[in-house]
Ligand binder design. Structure first.
Ligand code: TPP
Length: 582
């Protein structure tokens, strides 16, 4: 490496040192020097999205599906502010990202100059860490630290704001640092052995233990260890949305997802267990329901790499701070194999009596659950499922049978509509040999639909399934169940000729849907299909997985299908509604 180099070259050199070969971004004045360096960097491919939000979600999908750090470059001002939702999405789900934004010249900072925005201030609450580079001398160690912080401990997004004069300034005697010096940041990986032994004793004694696993298992690659622990001790398993795939969905010990749209068995197991072994979870309110009544019969073991999570929402009896894989490996050494037939029979009965169910046979219209269920057996086993946010997301969690970790990418924490399409593109770019299925809603897909161009131009193997109910379905469901069917601003067919107050009968609804998704797909050179008859669901799915490259299928689904089971917000998990009670 030459001795005197520019800031922009330092950035590219950091990418090479950190193993980055894919970048998602969108240029502008303040980052032209960095993009200029990328022009000839044939070992680093730049994916130009059509919106900065798309770039961040794409980097997020790339990171979640590959386990690598996702990298984004955007310009200052609006380019930078357009990344906010994507960064917050990644922070909530602990996704390692580096988001580099350009900034105005150092001398202009604070003068409201053209396209100036305080990126450090804006991203402080939504990043794991952030930096404004004030001097070129700081740039090498900031880049080194940023990658280290993003991928170690509990992963997360790190933002770096680089003023344009720093990108063109030159640094003498440059060398990329070999190590970081962060006295205040020392993630703990090994769990305390005394605590692990205590946990093992409790596990051996417990009559009704339950494993409650989440995204931490996926992050630390601890799925084999969880499987071994559960099978050795016959402990049933519930998995949060973020943990799905860590445990085989078809296994008899698996009870499904707990919480608001969780299974009856998973929720009742949480209420009845005498020992809760929580690993890589954060006791999110969508899982726990009413905290006062949550798992009150249980001793709680909580294993997590982030000490801030322990005791945040529930009282923990045996806290273990450490990496899930390392802690579980030790725990398995100490724990004794054991039968638990009474408890296993009990949960088996709940599963049998209250399974997830839908009835396509009695309906002429397509049920979204049927579309998702039909994917099982049609798509390859290692398919990556990506979702948007809403009812379709919950059905994707309930009905698709996940077998491997990193095969479900979804915005669990922030619940970001518009995440799906760009994240699916990022996943396909990181996994060119796999099939990527995007399950979206007609509302969500329109939030980042411009990325159809990115999908086509990069020939990604993404199959876009739109469950078109012409509603913002999940919000409509709440209005249906709890707001007297007052469908305020949730109908996506509603136009200027509709009566002020809609009677919800659908009798006078406009015939057509805007936009015409098939024509839209066509204009992006993507093959589009519209499916209106249940008999055509399976043949269409088979057809689209038979070729490589993008495809879009719009399923005209039952407009007012609701997601069940449902624990109404703030209620206890045993107040679960398994079906429409009205
Ligand atoms: C960016 C954003 N805005 C608003 C919401 C609130 N919200 C949650 S689900 C939902 C409806 C989603 O509709 P659609 O994508 O059509 O999916 P469906 O529920 O019909 O399956 C809305 C508006 C959100 N989660 N994200």
């Amino acid at each position: 490496m030459e001795k005197e180099i520019t800031g922009a070259k330092i950035v590219i050199d950091a990418f090479r040192n950190e193993g980055v070969d894919r970048i998602f971004g969108y240029p502008g004045g303040a980052v032209i020097p960095i993009f200029d360096e990328l022009y000839n960097a044939t070992d680093i491919k730049v994916i130009l999205t059509r919106h900065e939000q798309g770039a961040v979600h794409a980097a997020d999908g790339y990171a979640r599906s590959t386990g690598k750090v996702g990298v984004v470059i955007v310009t200052s001002g609006p380019g930078a502010t357009n990344t906010i939702t994507g960064i917050a999405t990644a922070k909530m789900d602990s996704v390692p990202l580096i988001v580099i934004s350009g900034q105005v010249k150092t001398g202009l900072i604070g003068s409201d100059s053209f396209q100036e925005t305080d990126m450090v201030g804006l991203t402080r609450p939504i990043t794991k860490h952030n930096y404004l580079v004030n001097h070129i001398e700081e740039l090498p160690h900031i880049l080194k630290e940023a990658f280290y912080i993003a991928r170690t401990g509990r992963p997360g997004p790190v933002a770096i704001d680089i003023p344009v004069d720093i990108s063109v300034a030159k640094l003498k005697d440059y060398k990329y640092p070999d190590s970081v010096n962060l006295p205040g940041y020392k993630p703990v990986y090994e769990g305390n052995v005394k605590q692990i032994k205590k946990a093992a004793d409790e596990i051996s004694k417990a009559e009704r233990p339950l494993l409650y696993i989440g995204g931490g298992i996926v992050m630390s690659n601890a799925h084999q260890e969880v499987r071994e622990l559960a099978k050795r001790t016959n402990i049933p398993v519930v998995s949060t949305l973020m943990g799905l795939g860590s445990f085989e969905s078809n296994h008899k010990l698996f009870l499904g997802m707990p919480g608001m749209h969780g299974t009856y068995a998973a929720n009742h197991a949480l209420m009845e267990c005498d020992l809760l072994i929580a690993v890589g979870v954060r006791f999110d309110d969508r899982v726990t329901g009413n905290l006062k009544t949550f798992a009150t019969k249980a001793t709680v073991i909580h294993i997590d790499i982030d000490p801030a999570e322990i005791g945040k929402n529930v009282k923990v009896h045996i806290p273990i701070v450490g990496d899930a894989k390392k802690v579980l490996t030790k725990l398995i050494e100490y724990v004794k194999p054991r039968q638990r037939s009474n408890w296993n029979d009990n949960v088996e009965a709940w599963k049998r009596e209250y399974p997830l169910k839908y009835n396509q046979k009695e309906k002429r219209e397509i049920l979204p659950q049927y579309v998702i269920d039909s994917l099982n057996g049609i798509v390859p086993e290692d398919t990556i499922i990506v979702t948007d946010v809403g009812q379709h997301q919950m059905w994707a969690a309930q009905y698709y049978k996940y077998k491997y970790p990193k095969t479900l990418l979804t915005s669990g924490g922030l619940g970001t509509m518009g995440y799906g399409l760009p994240a699916a593109i990022g996943a396909a770019i990181g996994n060119p040999d796999k099939t990527v299925i995007l399950i979206s809603g007609d509302g969500s897909i329109q939030m980042n639909i411009q990325e159809l161009a990115t999908a086509h131009l990069n020939c990604v193997n993404v199959k876009i399934l739109i469950m078109n109910n012409a509603y913002l379905g999940m919000v409509r469901q709440w209005q249906d169940l709890f707001w007297d069917r007052r469908y305020s601003s949730t109908c996506l067919k509603r136009n200027i000729n509709c009566p002020d107050v809609c009677d919800g009968s659908h009798k006078k609804c406009p015939e057509y849907y805007c936009p015409d998704f098939i024509k839209l797909a066509d204009s992006y050179y993507i093959k589009g299909y519209r499916v209106e008859n249940p008999d055509d669901v399976v043949p269409t799915l088979k057809e689209i997985v038979s070729f490589k490259g993008p495809a879009l299928v719009e399923f005209a689904v039952h407009r007012e299908e609701n997601v069940f089971p449902m624990v109404p917000a703030g209620k206890s998990l045993n107040e679960i509604l398994v079906d429409d009670w009205r």
